[in-house]
Design a binder for this molecule. Structure first.
Ligand SMILES: [Fe+2]
Ligand SMILES: [Fe+2]
Length: 130
């Protein structure tokens, strides 16, 4: 079962960016599948940690490009990346303190976040780079 189902809503119509975002979502789903299958061996914290690393790597790449190209909304875009990473950290902290992992809430957070970030921030960045 996927954590995030790919939806056409995610498409920006920019092949290179769409490809990378699709890959990111596939990676997230693969991690989630392995977590669901090996729930007892692969801990939730490992899952969240790896998820965090994959998303952080994608963000780092975008931020590197923004700096190189002197992107005018670098700070704003980067701060939205940081906000999502903080929210994942909060989930990890909550899980560590009381072992609760509200999967539905987490899934919604990622979906809503991806839809709005792809459309607002990443689409604008791509237009600027063209
Ligand atoms: Fe971004
Ligand atoms: Fe992105």
């Amino acid at each position: 079962m996927s954590l995030i189902a790919w939806r056409d809503e995610f498409l920006l119509g920019i092949p290179a960016v769409d490809h990378e975002h699709r890959e990111l979502i596939e990676l997230i789903n693969e991690l989630y599948d392995s977590y669901s299958e090996h729930g007892s061996k692969v801990t939730t914290l490992d899952f969240l940690g790896e998820l965090y690393a994959k998303i952080a790597a994608h963000f780092a790449l975008e931020e590197k490009i923004m700096v190189e190209k002197g992107y005018d909304q670098y700070r704003d875009h980067k701060s939205e990346h940081e906000k999502l990473l903080d929210e994942i950290c909060d989930f990890m902290d909550d899980f560590e303190s009381d072992r609760s992992f509200p999967e539905g809430v987490f899934k919604d957070l990622l979906e809503v976040w991806f839809i709005s970030h792809f459309k607002n921030k990443d689409a604008r960045l791509h237009k600027y780079l063209k």
